[in-house]
Design a protein around this ligand. Sequence first.
Ligand code: GLP
Length: 242
Amino acid sequence: MLRNIKLHVEADYAAMSKKGAEIFAEAVRAKPSAAYGFATGSTPEGMYAELAKLRAAGTDFSQMTTFNLDEYYPIKADDPQSYYFYMKQRVFDPLGLTKTNLPNGEAPDPEAECEAYENKLANAGEFVMQILGIGNNGHIGFNEPADRFVCRANYVPLAPSTIEANARLFDNPSQVPRHALTVGIHSIMMAKRILLLVSGAGKADILAASLQGDITPSVPASILQLHPCVTVVADKAAAAKL
Ligand code: GLP
């Protein structure tokens, strides 16, 4: 493992969630009003529940500014499948956050929305930590496997493997949006620290490829090998191939 990557292997999903929450909360206590990046997906749900417990125990998250990685497009904010809805329910309300940002899945012009989001990120000030999950195909945010890394926020078609993976969360696979708005690789790499959470045997191969394989846009998360400060919190099953 490269020296810039610190690995915590935890017994199971619950322990991973707890460890991730401890690391994140510690960063927020040190810099309460800085900017932080949030991710959606099933993986960080447990960590978000742990953060709510830490809030109840006295950690104040309310000063931070937050930026989410991505949003489906088009989608209405009040659609239960939107990432906005996910965040409001699991993070924004439980943690008392008000300075929150997500790409707008209802924007009339997706390209212009990406440009606007990129500008907001550029003016965010100190960006302390980016929480990340990893897609089964190695995507980070919705930066899908491709033949080049895309630096800036962009409007992307979802990879068939992502549509398939996310279909489990919809009543019918045909309901999975075919496009998304995502931050680019540059914004992720600009965070001072990356907190990557990974759970389950199904992610073991892609985690090993990302951290120990070639750095290639066909495995977008492999770019993290070039980030100066990455903390990976994985459960045993996900870390099995490292
Ligand atoms: C989603 C999100 C990613 C997330 C990934 C993994 O589609 N766009 O930000 O990290 O896929 O999701 P999960 O944690 O549910 O496996």
